[in-house]
Ligand binder design. Structure first.
Ligand code: 16G
Length: 240
């Protein structure tokens, strides 16, 4: 299987062999890989080479090393196509996953300067600030803080823990949602994010900010979400 005469580096050949075993489900999520020593003996390569191959796949998010235990196959990342303005609830349902939330904060207050600026709000107006851990099949995926211009949506129910905000806005409030504008930045998990998302401080995360407009062009929502870098990937179609 390993061709030492090939111009392809040996670590790369091992890396791709592991990838094929995962893609063909020969190795499934949760399975432990053979030890570096066994690998190295089986393929007659150095342990360093095996380590390099595994490190590449750890960095890609296919494998995870657990100290003192071994290396394990991870669940495939949730792939979200960037197309149209969708809600977290819709995104998860489309994937056959059960959407959920844990409500951390729900308040009505005057916006901070920063939020007032983002939402282009004038003095004396109020916002809803809703902070939720977003879950897929009970697993934390994102920490999301939503700021909504209260004047534009009226009274929202308090018990939104297990409800879709977009559903409430469209169905109960009769609002027509229009466009969204979203930015993506790479970032590292801070303490609070790590605690809520069940990851380590310093793990890679994606910081997503969204501005959402009603159909008539009125800006009503500013959202800051921190998504787990190990469980999420975004794809986009780019017609030429
Ligand atoms: C998504 C949106 C967020 C929106 C939420 C509504 C991103 C990055 N953010 O999480 O802006 O507020 O959906 O979700 O996609 P809900 O209808 O399930 O409450």
């Amino acid at each position: 299987m390993i061709d030492k005469t090939s111009p392809l580096p040996i670590y790369y050949q091992i890396q791709e062999m592991i990838r094929r075993k995962i893609e063909s489900n020969e190795w499934e999520p949760g399975d432990m890989l053979p030890s570096e020593r066994i690998f190295a003996e089986n393929y007659d390569v150095s342990r360093m080479t095996v380590r390099q191959a595994v490190t590449e796949l750890v960095n890609e998010g296919l494998l995870r090393r657990e100290k003192g235990k071994g290396t394990f196959v991870l669940e495939p990342k949730i792939e979200q196509t960037l197309q149209g303005l969708t809600s977290f609830t819709e995104d998860m349902r489309k994937r056959g996953l059960k959407p959920g939330s844990k409500l951390l904060q729900y308040s009505v207050s005057a916006p901070s300067l920063k939020v007032a600026e983002m939402l282009q709000m004038k003095d004396n107006k109020q916002i809803y600030e809703i902070k939720r851990i977003r879950l897929a099949d009970e697993v934390p995926m994102a920490l999301e803080t939503t700021y909504i211009n209260k004047e534009l949506v009226g009274e929202l129910p308090q018990d939104i823990e297990n409800h879709s905000l977009y559903y409430i806005l469209e169905t109960e409030k009769g609002l027509k949602l229009g466009n969204g504008e979203q930015t993506f930045e790479s970032s590292l998990a801070r303490q609070e994010e790590a605690d809520y998302l069940d990851i380590q401080v310093g793990d890679p995360v994606l910081l997503i900010k969204r501005l959402t407009y009603l159909e008539d062009g009125t800006l009503f929502e500013y959202v800051k979400s921190v998504y787990r870098g190990d469980r999420y990937k975004f794809t986009i179609k780019m017609p030429r």
